[in-house]
Design a protein around this ligand. Structure first.
Ligand SMILES: *Cc1c(COP(=O)(O)O)cnc(C)c1O
Length: 395
């Protein structure tokens, strides 16, 4: 197959044609500032409120509870820092999990330097939060619980309803980073007792650089950016009108087709998992088999380096991702894989394949073939594998 195969949809997605089409007029036709009083500005304002309405309805929230941001990282930073500031008088203790995205973990570290205490709750071997550990961590001065809806590396979906219940029972704010889950699974902020929720456009076939933070009415939260009166005075700056419109269109598509897309992804996902498990020895599926995102697959292969696997897949025009913190240029294994109990050497040999509804069975067959061939090649160069085979024989 000469075509590129894209299996890195947890990193980012292709912008949907519906989103691109919806955005186009807002670059050079309806370019007015939504804050202006003339007609051109009013067009932009109308478009922004249209997108806000679509998003609010998708979560069973009110339009006044949706605040546009520049993406998931900004939403996570805002939720944590501003809640810490607004509720710092009441207490200085925050609870999160060990498998959060760095946008949450690094923000927690920042808050720790400013006098906040953070408890990092562990997960089981499938990546599911230990609820008993969470409950034990709650103290009188706990002001915030932040636990992601679904994990970006291993796809595990968290027991959000139970976490929301606990937070509500103890009168603690509950924030969830739903960047990977939003648009893929139904979310009802009322039913789940979610006080704040982060989402991002480019993870659900919308444009990059746009996201939102849902903030429940009544939650005290400090402004993120100071300046103009945009976003109910909480996030200053002229709105990213094309981005917001594109995000709204992507959300509309995602929710209208959620079941159909999800079913297709699940079938491909389960086929990919079973093909890898039957064709490649010494592999381990990471993440929960049932409670996982429809398009998420993560495997560890013993005796190999994930980075080498990725480079060789790239030579075959297959886009995938590994479990290393490659963005920082370091080769530290992923904190998520370590948190589910993988030893360093096994975490190093990990591969994340994240599907979209556009992938095909032919692509999956092609990828399984390529992974199998590369893993064999890499193992044949591995002294660890040689030792293993000497002791145990092949397989
Ligand atoms: C991608 C991602 C983010 C960051 O979102 P951006 O829009 O890229 O800033 C945050 N959390 C999770 C779980 C993610 O997957």
């Amino acid at each position: 197959m000469d075509q590129m195969i894209y299996l890195d949809n947890a990193a980012t997605t292709k912008c949907a044609p519906e989103a691109v089409k919806a955005m186009m007029p807002y670059f050079s036709e309806y370019y007015g500032n939504p804050s202006s009083i003339y007609g051109l500005g009013a067009e932009s304002k109308k478009a922004v409120s249209g997108a806000r309405k679509i998003i609010a309805e998708s979560l069973h929230a009110d339009q006044t509870e949706i605040y546009f941001t520049a993406g998931g990282s900004e939403s996570d930073n805002w939720a944590l820092i501003a809640a810490a500031e607004a509720y710092g008088e009441k207490g200085k203790h925050i609870i999160t999990s060990r498998i959060e995205h760095h946008a949450v973990l690094h923000t927690c570290e920042y808050l720790q330097k400013r006098g906040f205490r953070v408890t990092y709750v562990g997960v089981d071997e499938n990546g599911i939060l230990k609820l008993d550990e969470l409950e034990k961590a709650i103290r009188p001065d706990t002001i915030l619980i932040s636990v992601m809806y679904a994990n970006n590396e291993i796809g595990t979906i968290q027991p959000i309803a139970q976490i929301g219940e606990l937070a509500k029972k103890h009168g603690i704010l509950f924030h969830t980073d739903a960047v990977q889950a939003y648009g893929h699974v139904p979310i009802d902020v009322e039913e789940l007792h979610i006080d704040m929720l982060s989402a991002s456009g480019h993870k659900i076939y919308g444009p990059k650089g746009i996201g939102f933070l849902y903030i429940r009415k009544g939650v005290k939260i400090r402004s993120l950016l100071h300046g103009g009166a945009q976003e109910r005075r909480r996030r200053a700056g002229t709105e990213n009108v094309p981005g917001i419109v594109g995000f709204g269109a992507a959300v509309q598509e995602a929710f209208a087709n959620m079941e159909e897309r999800g079913e297709k992804e699940k079938q491909l996902r389960d086929y990919l998992i079973s093909e890898i498990e039957t064709q490649i020895p010494h592999c381990r599926l990471n993440g929960d088999r049932k409670r996982r995102l429809p398009g998420s697959v993560n495997f560890s292969f013993r005796f190999i380096e994930g980075e080498s696997l990725l480079i060789m897949l790239d030579m075959k025009k297959i886009c995938a991702s590994s479990g290393s913190a490659c963005t920082s240029g370091s080769l530290d294994p992923s904190h998520v894989l370590l948190a589910i109990g993988l030893p360093h050497e096994i975490a190093h040999g990990s591969l994340r394949l994240t599907l979209s509804y556009e992938n095909t069975k032919e692509e999956i067959d092609c990828v399984v073939e390529a992974v199998k061939e590369i893993v064999e090649k890499l193992r044949n160069m591995s002294p660890l594998y040689e030792d293993y085979v000497k002791k145990n024989g092949k397989e």
